[in-house]
Each structure stands twice: as C-alpha cells, then as structure tokens.
Design a protein around this ligand. Structure first.
Ligand SMILES: [Fe+2]
Ligand SMILES: [Fe+2]
Length: 459
C-alpha cells in the first residue's frame, strides 16, 4: 500500500474531475462501460458519522479490521484509524497472545506480556478530496501492523493501539487508546484438509441500518474468514467507510475480511488506502492489490477487479500464471474466485461480456470450482457451465451472484443457466463449508431465517 500512495493521491484529483462530469441525480447502479461511477452518490445524502464519534483529534481506535497480505497461517494484518493524524507522536503496535495463554479475571482478559507478542507497524496519511462533499479535504490516517511469525490455526487474543501507556513494571496498559481485547484465528496451513467455513457476501450500498440489525448474529457464524464482493459503500467517501466499518465492527474485530472493489467504491484511493491486501508482484504496478490470491487449507482464493475492460484485460496474464501454479500444487484441491460484476446474471445488470471474454477461458482452463459475484442485488446460482453451455456436475464451473448484503433490492431474473434465484428483497449472504473433497454451500436470507439455496460440490 505505502509505495503506491503518492501515485494514488495524484490520481485522486483526476478521479474527482471525472466524477464531476456525471449527471446529477443518476441513481442507477450501472454505467456505460461498467467502470467505477458516481451513481447513487451525486444528489444522495451522505450518512451521518457513526454514533458516539467525536471529531476532535484523538487516538481512539476506530475502523479496526483485519486482512491477510501474506501467509494466512502465520500472519494477520491489523488496520485501524484514529482522528489524531500526528504520525510522529504515535507508534502503532499490536499485542497478540495465543488465547490459550490468557486468563480470565471476571470480565477482564489478562494477557501475558512478552516482547515477542508485540508487533509494530506504520501509519499512513491520506486525504479525502471529494467534489463538493463537506468532509472534503480532511486528512485521515490508517495504521497498519502486520503480525508475522504466528502459530498456524491458533486463536490469538489481541489489542491494538498506542504503546505509550504500557507500564513494564506492572505489565498493564494504562493508555485509553488501546482497543478492547478481541480474538482472531490464524489460518490453516496450505494443504491441511481440516474442515472450515467462510462467509461470502457483497453489496451493502450503505445499508448500514440493516447491517446493525443483523450483525451480532452474523458475527456468531462459525466462519474462519469473510469475503466481500464490493459495493460496501455508495460512493466510497470516508464517512461512508466509517459508517460501514462501524456497523460491521462485531465481524471486523474478530474475522479477517478480504474485499474486492465494486463500481461504487468510486473513490478507490480511499478503499485501497485502508485495506492492505496481497501485493502480487507480477501484476502491472497500478493493479497491485486490485487482484490477489490467498491460500487457506486446501483452498486457493482469488480476488479480481472486474470494473473496466482495460483492467480486466490487464489481469489475464497474472491470473493465468496464478491459477496454473495453484492447479499444480498438491496442497490445493479447490479454487474459488470472487469479483464484483456478475459473470452470469439474469437480474438488473445482467451478465458482463468482458468477464466472459477475458476470464472465463482462464477459469475453464484451470477448472475453477466456484465463482462468486455481486453487483446484482439478488441471489442467483447457475448450473455447471462450460463453453457457455450447461454441462454435467464436476465438468463445469458454478457461478453465484450474491449481492444482497442489505443493498437496495433488485428483482431476481432467470435464464437458461439458472439453477436457483431469489429476490433481493430477501437479502442474502452465503456460508461455504469446506471439508476435504466436499464443499457445502448455503445461501441465507439476510435475516438468517430462510435457506435460499443449498448445494454440494465434490472433488
Ligand atoms: Fe455494483
Ligand atoms: Fe451493487
């Protein structure tokens, strides 16, 4: 992230200029070339700041979230924001201890101290410079600490924040600028075929009231990681990110979440500034973090940027090499790919020709198992497809559209490829359980009461 910041800040003024040419009041989710756009942002009110937030500079930990940039089994990247942007006065640290070494004392968690439990990172200033938006030119800071050398498949109890308040005599942090203890579990080493589950979701478009109504239940799902298929926000202004991350906090403070960029993250610089993602060195420089892959147990995950034809084309060589290596890897059984736009969709936006043209041949070449998309705010699953035809199970790729994480609802379509579809009014998110050579997929209504779809893949 850091190496690209200056280029991105320079690009931000260009984004702002482009956005200003869009017609006011446009409320459609779509645009002519399918690229990032300002629809829904222009003329729409921005959300209020999250409740109980003060704007005065302070070091209160907010927007805490976790990603993986490297090995999921031995690292976790922690990120958070403060309103105090004085980088020189503040060293961000993460104190992460295997939970098995902690003790409970009433409601308090007692964490032993050792230098080896403390990880240090860096701060990054970025500037929001959005057209005509009141939060216009504020500086923001995101603190990033990548904890490395962790034990695989191990729950850690952690706190993030400033180190200044630590008293080495008592082993107690006295500063109020630390987050409350939370937990996160490191991933399974590549090749380990132990059962695990994940959540795949997409498209909130600012539906944070509904997220808040459901999030405590969602945070209880026994998922080892979350994936999010873009359109978290309506436009990507920082106040929207604050609102989304505050609403999602019960999930984000205890689960790693790996996102891809939707077309509504139009202020992409803000998104990429605050989400540290794997940096794939063979991608074109300007696409670092736009596409990434991650191994977890016997699954190879790939996230892609589906936003423009140029971008889609520019990821093909990397994608081909990445999938070739994964398919040759004896530790990998399954390949799951996610992106924002629908490869096959029968709802409002429909299928996305550039994805079928550039990426589907690569997916088919390496027998990708599942492709997860968002963008259309309904739920759809295809029959197994190959060469644009329905084929037998195990011979084709299953494509899922799940863009109903509390976004404005779209009606559900059907087409020749449709195995299942459900109206966006029901909202949706998907739980995927991997158990060796079996994958069980369950799509839930947004309130968690209704199973919209269930299917099993075997390999
Ligand atoms: Fe979208
Ligand atoms: Fe969307």
């Amino acid at each position: 992230m850091h190496s690209k910041l200056m280029a991105r800040l320079a690009a931000l003024s260009m984004v702002t200029a482009a956005v200003s040419t869009l017609a006011p009041g446009c409320s459609s989710d779509s645009n002519a070339d399918g690229g990032p756009d300002a629809s829904g942002l222009v003329g729409d009110a921005l959300p209020d700041a999250p409740p109980n937030w003060t704007t005065a500079p302070n070091r209160e930990v907010r927007n805490l979230h976790m990603t993986w940039q490297r090995d999921s089994a031995t690292t976790v990247t922690f990120q958070w924001a403060t309103t105090d942007t004085d980088l020189s006065a503040y060293v961000p640290k993460v104190w992460a201890v295997p939970t098995s070494l902690t003790e409970r004392s009433g409601d308090a968690v007692v964490m032993p101290f050792d230098e080896s439990y403390v990880h240090t990172g860096a701060g990054l200033i970025y500037r929001e410079a959005l057209l005509g938006i009141e939060t216009g030119t504020e500086d923001f800071v995101v603190w990033t600490v990548e904890a490395t050398g962790l034990q695989p498949d191990t729950e850690y109890t952690f706190r993030v924040g400033t180190w200044e308040g630590f008293d080495p005599q008592t082993g107690v942090f006295t500063s109020p600028d630390l987050s409350a203890p939370s937990t996160v579990r490191t991933g399974l080493p590549k090749g380990e075929r132990k059962p695990f589950s994940m959540v795949m979701a997409g498209d909130s478009r600012g539906g944070t009231d509904e997220i808040r109504a459901n999030v405590d239940r969602l945070a209880e799902i026994d998922a080892r990681l979350w994936f999010f298929n873009g359109d978290m926000t309506n436009g990507g202004a920082q106040v929207e990110w604050d609102d989304w991350q505050d609403a999602m906090a019960p999930v984000l403070r205890s689960r790693v979440l790996m996102p891809v960029q939707g077309n509504h993250e139009i202020f992409a610089d803000i998104y990429y500034a605050q989400y540290a993602l794997p940096q794939e060195q063979t991608l074109p420089e300007d696409l670092l973090e736009h596409a990434w892959s991650l191994d977890f147990g016997n699954v190879h995950f790939v996230g892609l940027d589906s936003n423009t034809e140029e971008t889609v084309a520019a990821q093909v060589d990397w994608l081909d090499a990445d999938l070739a290596a994964a398919r040759q890897d004896p530790g990998i059984d399954w390949i799951f790919v996610m992106m924002h736009h629908g490869v096959y969709s029968a709802s409002n936006h429909g299928s996305t020709p550039r994805l079928q043209e550039y990426w589907v041949p690569v997916f088919e070449k390496y027998d990708v198992d599942l492709v997860f998309c968002g963008h259309d705010h309904d739920y759809e699953r295809t029959f197994p497809l190959r060469a644009d035809q329905v084929v037998e199970p195990d011979e084709g790729i299953v494509y899922v559209v799940a863009g109903g994480f509390y976004s404005p609802a779209y009606s559900n379509g059907t087409a020749w490829w449709t195995a299942t579809s459900a109206h966006g009014d029901l909202r949706n998110y998907v739980e995927v359980g991997v158990d060796g050579g079996t994958v069980n997929v369950t799509a839930w209504s947004g309130d968690g009461t209704e199973v919209l779809d269930q299917f099993t893949l075997t390999r």
